[in-house]
Design a binder for this molecule. Structure first.
Ligand SMILES: Cc1ncc(COP(=O)(O)O)c(C=O)c1O
Length: 390
């Protein structure tokens, strides 16, 4: 059988310290996890508000199954557009303060589909160098010219806008809260530039939804930029504890996507239980602001603790705290050392992050307790003393 290259490829990945393997979680997603048979403190999840195992989401899913059954049976444009999809979309539009919203099966589906629906051959996409892989893949699928500007570099962004052909449609795409660095895009300035040069703006609020802004509506809402941004994409599987994604924006954007967006059209719609969970989650995000307060409290406590241990932390002011190690193998060794002490802080390597910037991506949850943080900091102190060079 042909395919001998696979062995070679796997060997090469192992030699470069880039080989990945799956870890197995048993039980539920909480601040502690049963990971490969070991109970650990989870500092790697995007379940920022602790909603993934919330009773209200569980109940909503069970009720939806009892009432509507399990599968949705078809894509939205055939017979899979259920009342719950539209209810969730109305709730998301209200949550984000936009005229409309459209649900996608995942953030990956959303990003690849939205980008390739808004621009095509002869157009120009301006994309931040640290944008998520799903945005990178969306840029490729769109077949537009892609200008990658250095991370948050407004001068280079403006240069790209100036050079774009006058007749080309221009689209700036950026995460609002960057997934691996936890820093915020200079969104107000980006929007100003977009308006100056007649460009559309699309944002990815995957990590900001539920966490930032009034009622957790995201960075766009925090900055009051909703009317000036064409497409606000976000996910339902991170802080919202459910699954899927959405784009919020003008009614015509929704209509265009229903007609043009291949990753929306050609896929079976999300099942009722998932929609019901997401509806319950949006509701909780409004009703329980104390979760955000607890999350911010935990972020400060962990950051202060790590700094007092002598760790140098970068720009992050969010629930995502990278600890840059550099070398991929050293990074994974550090992650493994922490795991042995019962703390799961995932090492992140290329191609997820640029070469030479491998890091622990430490994430906080509202449901981490004082004791969880104390135990994590103790583990960080021990590995530092065990002479792991940072
Ligand atoms: C910034 C960003 N955008 C999009 C996605 C994709 O979302 P999903 O997991 O729902 O496919 C992710 C992570 O998974 C992400 O971090």
């Amino acid at each position: 059988m042909a395919g001998g290259f696979i062995q070679e490829e796997l060997k090469r990945l192992k030699q470069q310290g880039l080989y990945r393997k799956l870890r197995r979680v048993e039980g539920e997603q909480g601040p502690t996890l049963m990971l490969d048979g070991q109970e650990v403190l989870d500092f790697s999840s995007n379940n920022y508000l602790g909603l993934a195992n919330h009773p209200a989401l569980r109940e909503a899913a069970k009720e939806a199954i009892d009432r509507y059954g399990c599968g949705s049976g078809a894509s939205r444009l055939i017979s899979g557009n259920m009342a719950l999809h539209e209810e969730l979309e109305a709730n998301i539009a209200a949550f984000k303060g936009t005229a409309a919203a459209l649900v996608f099966n995942s953030g990956y589906h959303a990003n690849i589909g939205i980008l390739s629906s808004l621009v095509g051959e002869g157009d120009v996409i301006l994309s931040d160098s640290l944008n998520h892989a799903s945005i990178v893949d969306g840029c490729r699928l769109a077949r537009a010219q892609v200008v990658v500007y250095p991370h948050c570099d407004l001068e280079r962004l403006e240069e790209g806008l100036k050079k774009a052909p006058v007749a080309a449609r221009k689209l700036i795409v950026t995460e609002t809260l960057f997934s691996m660095d936890g820093d915020e895009a200079p969104l107000a300035e980006i929007v100003n530039l977009a308006e100056r040069y007649g460009a559309m703006v699309m944002v990815d609020e995957a990590h900001a939804t539920g966490v930032f802004g009034p009622n957790g509506a995201g960075v766009v809402a925090k900055l009051g930029l909703g009317d000036r941004i064409l497409a606000q994409m976000g996910t339902l599987g991170k802080a919202l504890g459910a699954f899927g994604a959405y784009v919020a924006g003008p009614r015509e954007l929704r209509e265009l996507l229903i007609n043009r967006c291949r990753s929306f059209i050609y896929t079976t719609s999300l099942p009722p239980a998932v929609m019901a969970m997401a509806i319950a989650a949006v509701d909780l995000v409004y009703k329980e602001p104390q979760r955000r307060l607890a999350l911010w409290h935990n972020c400060r406590a962990l950051r202060d603790g790590l700094r007092s241990l002598g760790y140098s932390l970068g720009e992050s002011q969010s629930q995502i705290q990278p600890l840059i190690v550099g070398d991929a193998q050293k990074c994974m060794a550090l992650s493994e050392q922490l795991l042995q002490k019962g703390v799961f802080a995932q090492g992140i390597r290329p191609p997820t992050v640029p070469p030479g910037t491998s890091r622990l991506r430490i994430t906080l949850m509202a449901t981490h307790t004082h004791d969880h943080l104390h135990r994590a900091l103790k583990a960080f102190e021990e590995v530092k003393n065990e002479d792991c060079k940072m």
